[in-house]
Design a protein around this ligand. Structure first.
Ligand SMILES: NC(=O)c1ccc[n+]([C@@H]2O[C@H](COP(=O)([O-])OP(=O)(O)OC[C@H]3O[C@@H](n4cnc5c(N)ncnc54)[C@H](OP(=O)(O)O)[C@@H]3O)[C@@H](O)[C@H]2O)c1
Length: 284
């Protein structure tokens, strides 16, 4: 019997990983870790073990990982604070005798020019140095980043960015979660570049939203500075605006493109197409 643990299970990706695991693994063999276990009450009633694990409180991590064979560490969302948080989890995994750790990194982490990649590179390095068996799940951008809220695009007829003609191989959280579950169950060691099968430019995205909605929607490309100012102007805190604009600008250099099709091979089917994700979002 193999015991699987998911750290960051209460988040949007984590819950989908639990859903994917539950289609193939007994609930009794799954441990869901969260700093607030109440958020996972719906999984507890299904028989999933729920334990407290706070990346900022190392004393919670050893008991959380007792008896765990394979751990998925979902990267935290406190940008700038994540390396010590992830280091604490890796140290606890070593101490608990966890045999295998998978970590949600960023697409092409080793070469990515995106500012957010730095913390992922540092985490990957400490995982490689840990001596644990490991899998690096280098996730591309979520499709939902582009389709989660299409209302402003429909209202103003504009999608803005600094991504130029950069092609984006985004994938849904559900597909990335299915990939993570597949890697955990198979114990597939190594680096996995995980992205959608169908890449698109921001202009393609706008054209598909226009086609499906029947309303005029166009992509407007901006400089990184102008896009940063626009995001700050609609209320994003300055560091977040800069981070989003940086990611968008680096997209123009190919930072979010991948054509390895590793994810569809892992999940045994094509990834969900952008057109399908847009259809569901517009129907929403
Ligand atoms: N590929 C992409 O497009 C993309 C986009 C955004 C983020 N990300 C990265 O991918 C991760 C997962 O994405 P997501 O959509 O699931 O994000 P999310 O919904 O924000 O979930 C983040 C998870 O991390 C947990 N967490 C944060 N700080 C923690 C701490 N100190 N101790 C324990 N758990 C902690 C959260 O717990 P709580 O429920 O208690 O808050 C939550 O479960 C993000 O955290 C981020 O690193 C990727």
């Amino acid at each position: 019997m193999t015991t699987y643990a998911i750290a960051g299970a209460s988040g949007q990706l984590g819950r989908k990983v639990l859903d994917a695991l539950l289609t193939q693994v007994d609930a009794a063999d799954i441990v869901a870790l969260a700093r607030d276990p109440a958020k996972l009450a719906d999984y507890a009633v299904r028989g999933v073990g729920v334990r407290v694990a706070d990346y900022d409180r190392p004393e919670t991590l050893a008991p959380a990982l007792a008896g765990v064979d394979r751990l998925l560490l979902i990267s935290g969302n406190a940008v700038g604070a994540r390396v010590p948080q992830h280091a604490a989890v890796v140290a606890a995994a070593q101490a608990a005798g966890v045999g295998f750790i998978a970590y949600t990194s960023i697409l092409h982490a080793d070469t990515s020019p995106i500012g957010l990649a730095g913390e992922h590179r540092e985490t990957e390095a400490l995982i490689r140095a840990s001596g644990l068996g490991y899998a690096l799940l280098r996730n591309g951008w979520y499709m939902e980043n582009y389709t989660g809220n299409l209302a402003p695009a429909l209202q103003f007829g504009v999608i803005s960015g600094a991504a130029g003609e950069g092609r984006i191989a985004a994938a849904t959280r559900a597909d990335l979660a299915a990939g993570a579950a597949a890697v955990l169950i198979a114990g597939s060691l190594g680096v996995h570049e995980l992205a959608g099968d169908v890449a698109f430019t921001m202009a393609d995205l706008a054209a598909e939203v226009a086609r499906q909605s029947g309303q005029p929607v166009a992509y407007v490309d901006k400089s990184e500075a102008d896009y940063t100012a626009q995001l700050a102007g609609v209320g994003l805190p300055a560091p977040i605006a800069a981070m989003v604009a940086d990611s968008s600008f680096q997209t123009s250099k190919g930072a979010l493109f991948d054509d390895s099709h590793t994810l569809s091979r892992l999940i045994g089917r094509p990834t969900t197409t952008p057109a399908e994700v847009i259809r569901v979002s517009l129907a929403g």
